[in-house]
Design a protein around this ligand. Structure first.
Ligand SMILES: CC(C)(COP(=O)(O)OP(=O)(O)OC[C@H]1O[C@@H](n2cnc3c(N)ncnc32)[C@H](O)[C@@H]1OP(=O)(O)O)[C@@H](O)C(=O)NCCC(=O)NCCS
Length: 153
């Protein structure tokens, strides 16, 4: 059974393992732990809880909030759980929670060749606004910048 909860001390190790399996420059347990009590961060994880009570973190996404703008970060879903709308539903919930605490605009960057993620963000309504060349390392790659704005410009 899938359950969504805040990133916390009991799931942060699983969240870091998920990072490691999905990214070439993963966030460490320490880096993720710093977000647990960060008043400007809102992180959600999805756990799969088995009938015997075993839990594994299978998805995560976060917001780093600055006034009424949030950076969407650390979006990932464990490989065997992909293509089940888990990322879409998680981001929809995360952004709803962000709006409830005053976020109006969302932005993110994504490796320009990461078609699955770009499709996901476009399906959520994000608009591509440009590329920052050589933004990423390991391997070097440009970042496509996206925005989802809800306030008047
Ligand atoms: C990108 C990622 C988070 C998507 O997670 P997911 O749970 O499989 O995505 P969803 O099932 O919610 O898919 C929602 C939409 O995303 C797009 N999408 C997801 N996976 C895709 C794929 N492999 N190819 C093309 N489009 C894809 C589609 O538009 C999809 O909508 P559809 O099913 O109606 O076509 C997942 O592939 C992942 O963790 N990748 C590795 C980490 C990563 O790249 N994170 C993003 C960093 S910016």
């Amino acid at each position: 059974m899938l359950q969504i909860e805040r990133l916390n001390e009991s799931n942060v190790i699983g969240a870091a393992e998920l990072e490691k399996s999905n990214f070439s420059n993963p966030w460490s347990v320490e880096a993720l732990s710093a977000e647990i009590n960060n008043p400007d961060a809102l992180y959600l994880v999805v756990k799969d809880v088995s009938e015997t009570g075993e839990e594994s973190v299978i998805a995560m996404a976060g917001l780093i909030i600055s006034y009424d703008t949030a950076d969407v970060a650390n979006v990932s879903v464990s490989e065997k759980y992909r293509r089940q709308n888990i990322a879409y539903d998680l981001l929809t919930k995360l952004m709803d929670e962000g709006r409830q605490i005053g976020v109006k605009d969302f932005t993110l960057e994504v490796r320009e060749n990461n078609a699955p993620a770009r499709n996901l963000y476009e399906k959520l309504g994000f608009k591509y606004e440009g590329t920052r060349p050589k933004f990423y390392t390991n391997p070097v790659e440009g970042a496509a910048i996206y925005w989802l704005r809800t306030k008047e410009v």
